[in-house]
Design a protein around this ligand. Structure first.
Ligand SMILES: [Zn+2]
Ligand SMILES: [Zn+2]
Length: 588
């Protein structure tokens, strides 16, 4: 294999920088024990067992040492040695983790391993690397973070210390990365969630169980209303199922096996033995099954926004990204094979309407996941139905200009699907909406409809998610808008600020007029100076601030300050209400 590489190959550069970090750590802590140090997005990490806990001040010191190693331009020298020699070498150094890795390689049948040497530092590694440390741009890397990590990601094993770094080819890219990070910190949903008072956690309630405040709940309710009103236009009907079910329900659907130890079990002294629902689909099948359905009744479409529970590992503290209780907006259509195309078209229209309203449509790509044609036996369902439905999905993509990228082998076991990936304001790609065909679930539950000839036929189940879970969607919204939500979603749409107490009465009058029109309004007349009250309200990112004083009271008008717009405008109360109502309805 050729070993000629260039720094254009960022992955080599990133991984090689991990070696340089390890060498610097060894200088600082001669007793350090090394775990692994792979390249990751934008950089690398390396895991160490160290005699003391690292502090943030260690990072610049290590960076300095790394710069010296880079400047010395040590070559990365590769050596193939026998497993036996490698073991002896690392045992002598007391590098127990490397010894364990060597044993793992031996168990896989390897006879030789490769080690890489740069100056005095030798690391077990399959490579490849850059030619020498001097290829790293000393101005284009940075150590970013320290965290804990279990050896081999196993909670029962040793806890190591992980150092993260970023590496780019050019100094300019590092600078851009740092600016992006600062922006991400400013937009962090945990920080903004607290500042804007949207959700909280309680030790008494438990971790991973977010509590939505009145303001956060307004956003969730508005989203719900928006999704449901679009879906209703396309024939979805709301249903409601309990949070619990007998485990048999999920054994039949396959979710008991799929979620395994992530299921929450609920028992009682009265011999109840339930699980909290990890998904809603199985409950919906039982509403379908409650009556005999004819081919003329289909499609039958149900939707529900309800809490689902999964004992997922919660990696993040105080955030909504991974929680035990998620409110999932789920919808299912039970239909005939010949109806699948129209169903999918409608679901894509729903997705388009909803994301357009948020200004996100256009900033996305679509994936069409189909079978692995070399192994059709891996999938559940009739091959003929798969052929028909994959073709239909392709037609939907063509006719609706989705330009879906076809991904062979990415279909679910039970059917093909369309996934939508959106880019948020920080450039992150998030997959939320999905339309999935399912040939299996109806069969598992023995669902059927009676066709024209009086035969029992299994319907196709089409699952669709528009916004996924409200919790994760909140993360996207908060970070995308940096808390400055569109008017229709803003918990407080208008704040009225009287210039002094003298005008509180007039402020109240205006407030009542807005309330009559269901506009979410607050008055801020609490003692503080006018300037302070205005800046407080601006920090809360309220879309409209109405300042009222002598002139406004006499004219029955309001002085309108629009969020992020410098100029102010004086409108009559009537004109202002008309303008706001229009903007809310149009979701502009
Ligand atoms: Zn390496
Ligand atoms: Zn479903």
């Amino acid at each position: 294999m050729s070993t000629k590489k260039s720094t254009n190959n960022l992955e080599l550069l990133r991984h090689s920088t991990a070696h340089v970090l390890a060498a610097a750590v060894l200088e600082m802590f001669p007793e350090a024990k090394f775990g692994i140090g792979p390249a990751i997005e934008n950089g690398f990490y390396y895991d160490f067992e160290l005699p003391r806990t690292l502090i943030p001040e260690d990072l610049p010191l290590l960076e300095e040492k790394m710069k010296e190693i880079i400047k010395a331009n040590y070559p990365f020298e590769k050596q193939e040695i026998s497993i036996k020699n490698a073991r002896e070498h690392f045992e002598k150094l007391g590098q127990k983790y490397k010894v364990e890795l060597i044993a793992d390689l031996e168990a896989k049948g390897e006879k030789n391993v490769s080690v890489y040497k740069s100056d005095s530092f030798v690391d077990l590694c399959s490579g490849p690397h850059i030619d020498s440390t001097g290829e790293i741009n000393p101005e284009a890397f940075a150590l970013t973070k320290i965290s804990g990590a279990y050896w081999k990601s196993d909670e029962k094993r040793e806890q190591l210390q992980r150092i993260y770094g970023v590496v780019f080819a050019q100094k300019k890219e590092l600078k851009e990365y740092k600016i992006g990070q600062e922006e991400a910190i400013k937009r962090d949903h945990r920080k903004l969630g607290k500042e804007l008072d949207l959700f909280c956690f309680s030790d008494l309630v438990g971790p991973g169980l977010p509590l939505f405040t009145p303001k956060g709940t307004i956003i969730i309710d508005e989203l719900k209303k928006a999704v449901e009103s679009i879906c209703r236009k396309y024939g979805f009907e709301k249903v409601s199922a309990p949070s619990l079910a007998k485990i048999e329900l999920f054994e039949i659907s396959g979710h008991a096996k799929k979620f395994g130890d992530e299921l929450f079990h609920v028992t009682s002294e009265k011999k109840h033995d339930f699980v909290l629902k990890p998904v809603q689909c199985p409950h919906h099948t039982q509403i379908y099954a409650s009556k005999t359905r004819s081919y003329r009744d289909l499609p039958i479409r149900y939707m529900e926004s309800d809490k689902q529970y999964r004992a997922e590992k919660t990696g993040e503290v105080g955030g909504l990204s991974r929680v035990y209780a998620i409110t999932v907006e789920d919808g299912h259509s039970f239909c005939r094979v010949d109806q699948v195309k129209d169903e999918v078209v409608n679901m894509v229209k729903i997705i388009k309407d909803f994301y357009s309203a948020l200004g996100l449509w256009g900033n996305h790509r679509v994936c069409l996941s189909v079978r692995d044609y070399d192994h059709p036996e891996k999938y559940i369902g009739d091959q003929k139905d798969w052929d028909t439905c994959e073709k239909m999905l392709q037609e939907v993509s063509d006719e609706m200009n989705l330009s879906a990228e076809k991904q062979e082998g990415e279909a679910a076991l039970y059917g093909p699907k369309l996934d939508f990936m959106f880019k948020d304001a920080t450039g992150r790609e998030i997959q939320i909406p999905t339309v999935q065909l399912d040939f299996a679930t109806a069969k598992k539950f023995k669902l059927y409809y009676i066709n024209e000839k009086g035969e029992k036929i299994s319907p196709v189940m089409v699952h669709r998610a528009i916004l996924g879970s409200y919790e994760r969607f909140m993360v996207l919204l908060i970070e995308h808008f940096a808390g400055a939500f569109p008017l229709w979603l803003s918990p407080v749409q208008v704040t009225i600020i009287p210039v002094s107490e003298k005008f509180s009465q007039y402020a109240k009058e205006v407030e009542n007029k807005l309330l009559e029109k269901n506009i979410r309004v607050e008055t801020n007349d609490k003692g503080e100076s006018l300037g302070k009250r205005i800046s407080e309200t601006e920090k809360q990112k309220v879309p409209y601030i109405l300042v009222v004083g002598e002139r406004e009271m006499n004219e029955k008008s309001v002085n309108v300050r629009t969020r992020a717009v410098k100029e102010q405008q004086t409108l009559s109360v009537y004109e202002f209400i008309e303008k706001v109502e229009k903007e809310i309805v149009e979701k502009s």
